[in-house]
Design a protein around this ligand. Structure first.
Ligand code: AMP
Length: 413
């Protein structure tokens, strides 16, 4: 009992020092890259009306039917913790009209009540962008280029972009019919639950992890063959633009995404270090209806926890981004303690990170604390040093110390 008393609830984590340093690096570099692509930040509430998600993500999608944290507030309203970021951003844009920037990014917590397992948390974090605008293959390529740039800025190697098209909504019926016809002769090769899927959501057979299903899928033509000329031309234009930008992608006919709102381009970034849950991010072009308005846009969302797993597999960890060690000030006697408080404030105002013991404790205890902070340099000043107008500067690594005057001290720090 005692061991779980202070744990966060299942599937959720505290993100704290020293690990936080890697999170901060990821967020800081993301902000830098987003600024270069002229995306601005938006922060929407984590709680929204349930209908916002069920309506925009699709009533029957797994995220909506099985994974949302939904509650009723005191006024009897149905609310949900956001399972993803796009719906809230589009709601914001819908409500702001012309005033809203149509290139926005977000960083924040998302909530899905999934069975916790490696790579699947109930509270996780996404970094995502939304570029609102009419379908245009160049816009899709631009957002993919931004994402690849971001991965490089983090120092991540070995990530792969898998690209496909979902086609236009008008193609959907032809795709489903074409797929069913191609799979039907192999129906008895499919396990029972897949035979059920064949009826309810044949598209999802394409990205099944079941070997028997994959064998059948390998025998059917790529979905693009059932699509209109317009959809095919759109995908070709995205691929051509990415080639011009020298961005490597792998066209993968089996890629379908879980949400209803996608049209045309969809993609995923995968990394070999992630095991079964190998997606770092999902992205695509969408058409979302919020209220009575329809929005076209393109965007992606990256899972920060998975980015961290992949970075660590690349040998990039929090230790490399730990904050610089502080300077520690040790005081001997009450007069020195007061004077050192002024020194502490002066150093901080000059941009030096420093800390001191604020109660009158033994030197040994103060040095112990200095060690714990990781300080490389310690300033020691007691009443004797005060009288002489000097400071003792101790090098913690070498174990040496010497007396310095104020100008030299300022220069050294
Ligand atoms: P999705 O909208 O489901 O495609 O999610 C986009 C990205 O968010 C995924 O590629 C993952 O990196 C991340 N993600 C989604 N669900 C979870 C989860 N339960 N735990 C951790 N990361 C997740």
């Amino acid at each position: 009992m005692a061991s779980t008393q202070f744990q966060p609830i299942q599937g959720m984590s505290d993100i704290a020092p020293p690990d936080i340093a890697l999170w901060q690096m990821i967020e800081n570099r993301a902000r830098e890259i987003f600024a270069r692509y002229c995306f601005e930040e938006v922060r929407t509430p984590v709680l929204e009306k349930t209908e916002l998600f069920s309506h925009s993500l699709g009533e029957t999608t797994e995220v909506v039917t099985k994974e949302m944290y939904t509650l009723e507030d005191r006024g009897g309203r149905q609310l949900s913790l956001r399972p993803e970021g796009t719906a809230g951003v589009i709601r914001y844009i819908a409500g702001s009209g012309e005033a809203a920037n149509n290139r926005l990014f977000y960083l924040g917590s998302m909530f899905r009540c999934e069975r916790p397992q490696a790579g699947r948390k109930r509270q996780f974090h996404q970094i995502g962008v939304e570029a609102i605008g009419a379908p245009n293959p160049l816009a899709d390529a631009e957002v993919i280029a931004l994402q690849v740039h971001l991965l490089a800025a983090w120092g991540l190697e070995g990530a792969k972009v898998r690209l496909n098209t979902i086609g236009l909504p008008e193609d959907r019926a032809a795709v489903i019919k074409g797929l069913r016809e191609a799979i039907r002769p192999h129906l008895n090769e499919l396990p029972e639950d897949a035979q059920q899927r064949f009826k309810t959501n044949v598209l999802r057979l394409l990205d099944s992890k079941d070997e028997a299903v994959q064998k059948v899928v390998a025998k059917v033509p790529p979905v693009i063959e059932f699509m209109s000329a317009e959809s095919r031309a759109y995908l070709d234009a995205v691929i051509k633009t990415l080639k011009q930008l020298e961005i490597d992608v792998e066209v993968d006919a089996s890629l379908v995404r879980g949400l209803d709102y996608y049209v045309h381009t969809v993609w995923e970034v995968v990394h070999g270090s992630l095991g079964a849950q190998n997606a770092l991010s999902g992205g695509g072009r969408y058409r979302i209806e919020v209220g009575k308005k329809t929005f076209d846009g393109v965007g992606f969302a990256m899972g920060v926890e998975r980015v961290i797993t992949a970075l660590e597999a690349n040998g990039i960890g929090a230790a490399q981004f730990a904050p610089a060690p502080p300077v520690f000030i040790v005081s001997l006697g009450e007069a020195a303690l007061n004077e050192n408080l002024l020194l502490l404030q002066m150093l901080r105002q000059r941009g030096v990170a420093c800390e001191m013991e604020l109660s009158d404790r033994k030197v040994k205890a103060q040095m112990k604390r200095a060690n714990k902070t990781g300080a490389k340099q310690v300033i020691i000043r007691g009443d004797t040093e005060l009288e002489k107008g000097i400071f003792v500067l101790k090098d913690m690594k070498e174990g040496t110390q010497r007396e310095v005057e104020l100008p030299e001290l300022m220069e050294l720090l």
